[in-house]
Design a protein around this ligand. Structure first.
Ligand code: ADP
Length: 435
C-alpha cells in the first residue's frame, strides 16, 4: 500500500484555506494500493517528511518494510535509524552509511581510500585560518569551487575565480550553509570548467560483496536539475570505464554497502573525478535497467529481505543504448515556470522498447506542492541512434493537454547537432537557447 497525504483531511484542508483536496480515486498510486493511510496535509513537511507520521502508518498497517523511493526522506539517516529502531526494515543502506555519504567530506575520504579518483581539493574542512585557505586555493589553482559538506540538491556551492574574492566567499558560503543545511562546514575543490556528469550504478549485499551495472551520462541539466539521461555514457574508452567501475566496487566492498547506490563523477579530458554518492535509487535508474535487463527495485527489496544478491558481475552484459526524457509540468517558453493544472487529454506512447514511468492519466490534477516532474519516457535501441529515433517517435505519440510540458523541449534537444554528436557538458543546456 502507499501512504496518502490527502484522504480524510478535506475539512482540515479547507479550514486552513488550502483549497481543493485529493480523493482516493484522484491518485494512481493510491488507486492501485490495497490500503492507504493519511499521513498528513499536502505540504511535504506535514506528510512525506513527517517521520513519526510515517512510522505510525507502518504500525497501523503492520508493515514489514518501507521503500523510501527518491526525494523526501530517501537519504535521511535519522529516518533509516528510526525505521530500524521501530522494528521495521528500511529498503536501503544502513543509517551509518547514509550519514557517512551524506557528509561530502567523509564520502570523499572513503572513496580516496578505495582508490576512486577524486577532484583535487582541500581534502577536509576549511578552518578559520585565512592564510591556510589562500595557500590551499593557490595549490589547487583557480577557479575553485567552495562546497558545503552537508550540501545537496545543487545548492551550497560557489565558484571563485581569483584570490581577492576567496576569503569573503568562504565566509558567505559558510553562513549560507549553516542556515540551509544546519552545518557551516565548507571545503574547496578545483572547479572543472567543462565537465560531463557521468555516474556509476552499484549494488551491494551489505555483507561486503558488490557489483556495478555500468554508467550513465546525465550532463543535460538545467540549474543542476537533470533533464535527459542516457546509458551507457557515450565516447568513454572501455578500459577507463571498467577501471573506474572497479574502484567503485572496491569502495562498496570496504563499507559493506547495502542496496542500490550511485557514485557521481565529473568527467573531463578522459579523467573521472568523484563528487558524491547517492545512497538511494535515482530517477534515471530505468536507463540502466533497460541496457542490463536487471530490475533494480526488485534487487533492492531482495537484498533488504535476504541480505544476499544473486547478481554476478561476469553475467552482467549491457546491451544497446537507452535514453530517458523527464517530462515536467513546466513552460519552457516562460523560463520553465511550473504549469500546474488538470490533464484534460492524455495519450501515452507504447510499443517496442518504449517505457513510461509515471502515474498521470486523463483528469489527473497536478498541484503546486511537489516537484514538477510528472512522468518519464524511456526508450531502448540497439545503438544510440536507434534509441534517439525511437524516443522521437514516442515523444510524437505522447499527448498531454491541459498543462504545458517539456515534451517539445526534448524533441528539439534530441535533434540538436550537439546532442546527436554527444558534444555537450554540464553547462551547455543552461547556456543554449533551445526553445
Ligand atoms: P549536489 O549534492 O548539490 O547535487 P554535487 O556535488 O553533486 O552537488 O554537484 C552538483 C553539480 O554541480 C554537478 O553535477 C556539476 O554540474 C556541478 N559541480 C560540482 N562540483 C563541481 C566541480 N568541482 N567543478 C565543476 N562543476 C562542479
Amino acid at each position: 500500500f502507499f501512504f496518502n497525504p490527502y484522504e480524510g483531511i478535506a475539512e482540515a484542508q479547507e479550514s486552513r484555506g488550502l483549497g481543493d483536496v485529493y480523493k482516493r480515486q484522484d491518485l494512481m498510486h493510491v488507486r492501485l494500493s490495497d490500503e492507504s493511510v493519511c499521513i498528513g496535509a499536502p505540504s511535504p513537511t506535514d506528510s512525506y517528511l513527517n517521520i513519526p507520521s510515517i512510522i505510525s502508518a507502518m504500525e497501523v498497517t503492520d508493515s514489514d518494510a518501507v521503500h523510501p523511493g527518491y526525494g523526501f526522506l530517501s537519504e535521511n539517516a535519522d529516518f533509516a535509524e528510526q525505521v530500524k529502531n521501530s522494528g521495521f526494515s528500511f529498503i536501503g543502506p544502513t543509517a551509518e552509511t547514509i550519514r557517512m555519504m551524506g557528509d561530502k567530506i567523509s564520502a570523499i575520504e572513503v572513496m580516496r581510500e578505495a582508490g576512486v579518483p577524486t577532484v583535487p581539493g582541500s581534502n577536509g574542512p576549511l578552518d578559520e585560518n585565512d592564510a591556510r585557505a589562500l595557500e590551499l586555493a593557490r595549490e589547487i589553482g583557480f577557479p575553485i569551487i567552495i562546497k558545503a559538506a552537508a550540501g545537496g540538491g545543487g545548492r551550497g556551492m560557489r565558484v571563485v575565480y581569483n584570490e581577492t574574492e576567496l576569503l569573503n566567499s568562504i565566509k558567505v558560503s559558510s553562513t549560507e550553509a549553516q542556515s540551509f543545511f544546519g552545518s557551516g562546514i565548507v571545503y574547496l575543490e578545483k572547479f572543472l570548467e567543462n565537465p560531463r556528469h557521468v555516474e556509476i550504478q552499484v549494488i551491494g549485499d551489505g555483507e561486503g560483496d558488490a557489483i556495478h551495472l555500468g554508467d550513465r551520462d546525465c550532463s543535460l541539466q538545467r540549474r543542476h536539475q537533470k533533464v535527459l539521461e542516457e546509458a551507457p555514457a557515450p565516447d568513454i574508452p572501455d578500459a577507463l570505464r571498467n577501471e573506474v567501475a572497479a574502484t567503485c566496487i572496491q569502495a562498496c566492498k570496504n563499507m559493506k554497502y547495502r542496496g542500490a547506490g550511485t557514485l557521481e563523477f565529473l568527467y573531463q579530458d578522459e579523467r573521472f573525478y568523484f563528487i558524491e554518492m547517492n545512497t538511494r535509487v535515482q530517477v534515471e535508474h530505468p536507463v540502466t535497467e533497460m541496457i542490463t535487463g536487471i530490475d533494480i527495485i526488485k534487487e533492492q527489496i531482495h537484498i533488504a529481505f535476504t541480505g544476499d544478491t544473486a547478481l554476478i558481475q561476469d553475467e552482467i552484459k549491457p546491451r544497446g543504448h537507452a535514453l530517458e526524457c523527464r517530462i515536467n509540468a513546466e513552460d519552457p517558453s516562460k523560463n520553465f515556470q511550473p504549469s500546474p493544472g488538470i490533464i484534460s487529454v492524455c495519450h501515452q506512447p507504447s510499443g517496442f522498447r518504449t517505457r513510461v514511468d509515471g502515474s498521470i492519466f486523463q483528469g489527473y490534477k497536478i498541484t503546486p506542492y511537489y516537484d514538477s516532474m510528472v512522468c518519464k519516457l524511456i526508450c531502448h535501441g540497439r545503438n544510440r541512434n536507434e534509441a534517439i529515433q525511437r524516443m522521437l517517435r514516442s515523444l510524437d505519440e505522447f499527448v498531454i493537454e491541459g498543462i504545458t510540458t517539456t515534451i517539445d523541449l526534448h524533441k528539439k534537444l534530441l535533434t540538436h547537432k550537439k546532442f546527436v554528436e554527444s558534444d555537450f557538458n554540464v553547462s551547455w543546456l543552461d547556456n543554449e537557447k533551445i526553445i
